[in-house]
Design a protein around this ligand. Structure first.
Ligand SMILES: Nc1ncnc2c1ncn2[C@@H]1O[C@H](COP(=O)(O)OP(=O)(O)OP(=O)(O)O)[C@@H](O)[C@H]1O
Ligand SMILES: O=C(O)C1=C[C@@H](O)[C@@H](O)[C@H](O)C1
Ligand SMILES: [Mg+2]
Length: 171
């Protein structure tokens, strides 16, 4: 059974995909993203799953996708922004190298914009983002081995900071 070398968690748009790919390159390994697994497995977008079946159904699909990816993937794995809401998922993360990429609300609005691809931020993104973080910040911190702030840092700088925080050597 495999285990990811790094698991990335954090809110929508914080840079999990961007930094995840850079980390994978630096470590000479693969990158995987549970949101992409869900879209591929379901054959429709995450926004469509939310609209068609609602958030609870999406969370059930996500929980299975995370469990599978944690068991199969040995590279860098990024989880969807809300995956840590599930207590079983948080328990599965115990003892693994988990990096929480963080940012403040203004950076979040800059990075996610006002697009509809992120259903949870579709209406009043600034207020929604604050509310999501109130509910989730402690959960991200609970599962994290290292917290890496991304505000004012380039993706390369974030990557470097994550490798330093985990004391990981490159391939
Ligand atoms: N350190 C950074 N500084 C500035 N912009 C960044 C940084 N990291 C990522 N970005 C930009 O922010 C946006 C979101 O990044 P990315 O898609 O990697 O985030 P994410 O956490 O994977 O988001 P999600 O999975 O919710 O779509 C992209 O436009 C990306 O180019
Ligand atoms: O923060 C969240 O709840 C989400 C984040 C995205 O990665 C997707 O998993 C989905 O849009 C829900
Ligand atoms: Mg992503």
């Amino acid at each position: 059974m495999s285990s990811p070398v790094i698991v990335l968690v954090g809110p929508m748009g914080v840079g999990k995909s961007t930094v995840g790919r850079l980390l994978a390159e630096r470590l000479g390994t693969g990158y995987r993203d549970t949101d992409d697994d869900i879209v591929a497995g379901e054959g429709r977008s995450i926004a469509d799953i939310f609209v068609d079946e609602g958030e609870d159904a999406f969370r059930a699909i996500e929980k299975r996708a995370v469990r599978t990816a944690l068991a199969e993937h040995d590279g860098v794995l990024a989880l969807g922004g809300g995956a840590i809401l599930d207590a079983d998922t948080r328990a599965l993360l115990a003892g693994r190298r988990v990096v929480y990429l963080s940012m403040d609300v203004e950076e979040a609005v800059r990075r996610t914009g006002l697009g509809t691809a992120r259903p949870l931020l579709a209406v009043n993104p600034r207020k929604q983002w604050r509310a999501l973080m109130e509910a989730r910040r402690h959960l991200y911190e609970e599962v994290a081995t290292a917290v890496v702030p991304t505000d004012g840092r380039t993706p390369d700088e974030v990557t470097e900071a994550a490798l330093d925080a985990l004391e990981l050597k490159e391939a």
